[in-house]
Design a protein around this ligand. Sequence first.
Ligand code: HEM
Length: 504
Amino acid sequence: MDSTITLLYPVLLVLLLIVPVLLIMFLHKKQSPKPKLPPGPPKLPLIGNLHQVGKLPHHSLWQLSQQHGPLLYLQLGQAPTIIISSSDLARQVLRTHDLESCSRPSLFSSTKLSYGCSDVAFIPHGDQWRELKKICVVELFGTKNNSTLQSIREEEVESMVTSISAAAAASMDCAIDLSDIFLSCANNITLRAAFGKRYQITGKYEWSKLHMMLTEVQAALGSFFMADYIPCFAWIDILTGARARLDKIFYDLDAFYELIIDEHLQQIMQSHGQDEDILHTLLRLQKETDHLTNDNIKGVLMDIFVAGSDTSSASLEWTMAELMRNPETMKKAQDEVRKVIGMKGKVEESDLQQLQYLKWVLKESMRLHPPAPLLVHRETTQHFKINGYEIQPKTRVIVNAWAIGRETSSWERPLEFYPERFKDSSIDMKGHDFQLIPFGAGRRICPGIDLGIQTVELALANLLYTFDWKCPDGSQDINLDETPGVTVHKKYPLFLVPIKYELK
Ligand code: HEM
């Protein structure tokens, strides 16, 4: 009996302490009503709704939005998230509430790749982002550098066409891996724009090694799922070797930077009369403004690697795949470019303005296959309301550009590849028309939008002008399955047979 009483004392004591705390919590909850969050499915402990995000998140999020509405609330691991799947809501978030929602979440992979958010793509919204974005728009990708960038694009596209011609001449009916050729061409353009000829001057670095680094960097983004969503399980990323792979990339990159970010090399470049490349501009601005750190420079270069080439090559790949599935459209696009260019032998950038149908083809391809279907995740900094729902600060914002491109209220027969829908339409991809936003919109819109469009249009026009194309098995049945990732590529590389077109 005595021992039972002695046991009861501590229990009573704990209850005495706990009951008032629970009571206070209960009353507090009653007094402050829960914010009215957007609708969404029930969540599980710890993982929230992560189990409902499949391998291809733009598809599964779109399906969830069909059930719960175009403004969807999910708890992805520990992260409160809203998913936007209509052009009307995209306008509200990316225009009306752009300022409140234009920061970026601090994710493990992006923080690491951006040298601790020293770049422009992953840095949170603020003065430093504003300054770096201005440098990108005005100094790096603007009209100042246009003629250098234009000649790099034209040379690289020409060399791609030459190598395809050589393959076509070497063996008839030989299918070539266009996915690989496009990525290589886009990587060449990015690397040359970034580093000019300095890699040749060092004489110590192999181009192929740079390519490999680029591909690894592109793959690293988004591969730290645990650290980004359920931090207490971050050790899984270590066990899978993902972190070790990323550390290796940085080790290699640093060795490369040591060679090329070098005063002495800078002088040699100038004495050789080399054009100013992107690295050169950044180093010059560092001297002039005293604001840019070395990490800023490396971070911006990393953005260009990650954001610049993979997206352009994916877009080319999807456009060619759709054209092969739609031979009438292919013929119209070829007729246009062959008529405009005539016997000139190649398409130059100054010709692109006349290729109206080709421009519609690209828009149509970007509508159905935006290379970054969920854009780049944003994060809110302040509270705001949409359609009566409360959006709290530090909520992640995912805009499903892929779903918006298939919205039945904006697009007639949305699943059809039909470029003519853009005839007599003023819709462009530059962030004004929210039913077509493959480059995003608002403050965070892609600063490389013109470079991206020019690269894809130029490459496409030359491929359609110079060759007829056929599938290796003679069918038009191109598989459109996708690979998961921030940038979505075709699951199966695009193998096509080029047939040199004889100019008449
Ligand atoms: C077809 C080609 C391209 C596509 C589809 C594309 C798409 C995108 C998208 C969807 C975003 C996120 C926008 C948002 O958050 O609302 C973005 C951001 C960005 N892109 Fe592109 N991009 C392309 C080409 C390029 C090129 C060629 C460059 C540079 C050489 C570039 C550099 C950037 C940078 C630096 C950002 C971050 C901007 C910021 O956070 O303020 N992109 N891009």
